[in-house]
Design a protein around this ligand. Structure first.
Ligand code: FBP
Length: 309
């Protein structure tokens, strides 16, 4: 076990050996194993955005087995997906890569402004499928957020009792904020703090812009001269907002874009001290060899910031 992984595990001192072993499994797997950095493949977009928007660009992705193979062949730390996708490959690929079962999901067919995902799997499903962690999305700023906070309270308590890790996707969205506010620095930092307070071991947020959404927060950012000019500055602030960097905070990839744009963003995120990235559409919407090459380049950037001690 590397010194860095040991140090990260020491931040989770209230957790059982089972949960800590599962966090270690994620941190020690794949090309970045042992560095304290992670790159995870998430494929819940079929549910969240629909099949054509997700898989038409690279039709191999309609087959659930494709994503297991992509994550394994690329040397990702873990693969995260909803129940159906994991059930379709968990036996065939058992033991090949740490799995994260997404326990809630929402579709894009209902157009309301306040997302209210359904619970679509259980902690026992995660254990049955050999997962290392449960995953759960919260939408701070949705009118339905309190329901999500209460659901993850129960699911998180059960997952920890049964020795699993907890990963929270924290995506501010809904009638409480503007569209621009979803990625505002103050809002993303707040979302990371809420996920940490809900007991997440790993927290996933979107890369923040330099917009400040809330008036009360704006005054503090100005009076305390919090640096917000570069992506690295902003990522540093978000990581600090999740318990002074004592929680694993990773950043999402977003819609498919050109390779140079992806890598430039990753460099900024890595420079800010992020623990890694979760990259879905930018990897599985490319032809397999190209997706793997991009994931490797992303991992190489993080490896330069990692520390195997
Ligand atoms: P991407 O790299 O494809 O953005 O995936 C990361 C992710 O968190 C997925 O798990 C999730 O489905 C998606 O982002 C949600 O994206 P959006 O906020 O655009 O609906």
């Amino acid at each position: 076990m590397s010194k860095r992984v040991k140090e990260i595990l020491s931040w989770y001192s209230s957790d059982s050996p089972g949960t800590r072993a599962n966090i270690a499994r994620i941190l020690n797997h794949g090309r970045l194993g042992g560095t304290g950095k992670v790159v995870i493949l998430p494929v819940d977009q079929g549910f969240e955005h629909g099949p054509a928007r997700s898989f038409a660009k690279n039709s191999a992705g309609y087959d659930p087995r494709y994503h297991f193979e992509l994550a394994i062949d690329a040397g990702c730390n873990a693969y995260a997906a909803p129940l159906g996708f994991l059930e379709a490959g968990a036996a065939e690929f058992a033991g090949d890569i740490p799995l994260i079962l997404k326990l809630n999901n929402s579709d894009s067919l209902y157009g309301g402004s306040d997302p209210a995902p359904a619970v679509t799997g259980s902690v026992d499903d995660a254990l049955r499928l050999g997962c290392s962690a449960i995953g759960f999305t919260i939408y701070p700023a949705s009118a339905a957020r309190n329901e999500m906070y209460q659901q993850i309270r129960g699911l998180g308590e059960e997952a920890k009792r049964k020795g699993l890790a907890v990963v929270i996707w924290s995506y501010p969205r809904g009638s409480g904020i503007s569209k621009k506010g979803e990625t505002a620095l103050d809002v993303v930092a707040y979302a990371a703090q809420v996920a940490a307070q809900l007991g997440a071991h790993l927290i996933k947020v979107k890369p923040p812009t330099d917009h400040i959404e809330q008036e009360a927060a704006k005054k503090v950012y100005e009076s305390e001269k919090i640096p917000i000019g570069t992506l690295a500055d902003r990522v540093r602030h978000v990581v600090q907002s999740a318990f002074a960097g004592r929680r694993i905070v990773i950043f999402s990839g977003g819609e498919a874009k050109g390779k140079d744009a992806v890598l430039e963003e990753i460099r900024g995120i890595a420079d800010g001290g992020a623990f890694g990235s979760i990259v879905g559409r930018n990897s599985f919407q490319r032809a397999k060899a190209e997706g793997i090459e991009l994931l490797h380049e992303i991992m190489d950037i993080y490896a330069q910031h990692g520390d195997v001690g």
